[in-house]
Design a protein around this ligand. Structure first.
Ligand code: 4NP
Length: 163
């Protein structure tokens, strides 16, 4: 089964939301995935997602309250098929420690924009909403929904044609 890891800095705002949204959309489409998320930093290890991420996802019918933050581990490069950082800083931090033969697994989540309008509206990064207001969490979830759709489309294509 395909294993997907979403990654951000703290693993309390963006990557838990991305995990929840991917899970909900995969379930809807009958796609079986193993999903997890992690942070490149250890600040929030063991904590539930930020209440603003939990709240915004809950308004969309998705419960992420049971997730707990963990730090990315070197073994994740072997364990997962796709490792999806939310911004360039996360991407660079992962690439610095990723063995060369596994680097193909690490891809910016924002790069999965089937519709070029997604990039022109949001850019390539899922913006970090942590220090902002509630609107940032609405925008984050809107962006993640579009990227999750695009990623699952890519996945269906690569699964049927090989990677
Ligand atoms: P995340 O957001 O990377 O989307 O989980 C952040 C959460 C916490 C911090 C920064 C970003 N922090 O500095 O504690």
């Amino acid at each position: 089964m395909t294993k997907v890891l979403t990654v951000c800095l703290g693993n309390i705002c963006r990557s838990p939301a991305a995990q929840g949204i991917l899970q909900a959309k995969a379930d809807e489409k009958g796609i079986e995935l193993v999903l997890d998320s992690a942070g490149t930093a250890a600040y929030h290890v063991g904590n539930p997602p930020d209440t603003r991420s939990i709240g915004e996802l809950s308004r969309r019918g998705i419960d992420i309250s049971k997730q707990r933050a963990r730090q990315f581990a070197q073994a994740d490069f072997e364990e997962f098929d796709w490792i999806l950082p939310m911004d360039h800083s996360n991407l660079n931090n992962l690439m610095r420690i990723c063995p060369e033969h596994l680097q193909y697994k690490v891809q910016l989540f924002g790069g999965f924009s089937a519709d070029s309008k997604i990039i022109s509206q949001y850019g390539e990064e899922v913006a970090d909403p942590y220090y902002g207001n509630d609107k940032g969490f609405v925008d984050m979830a809107d962006h993640l929904e579009l990227l999750a759709e695009s990623f699952l489309q890519t996945l269906s294509k690569t699964e049927s044609h090989g990677r």
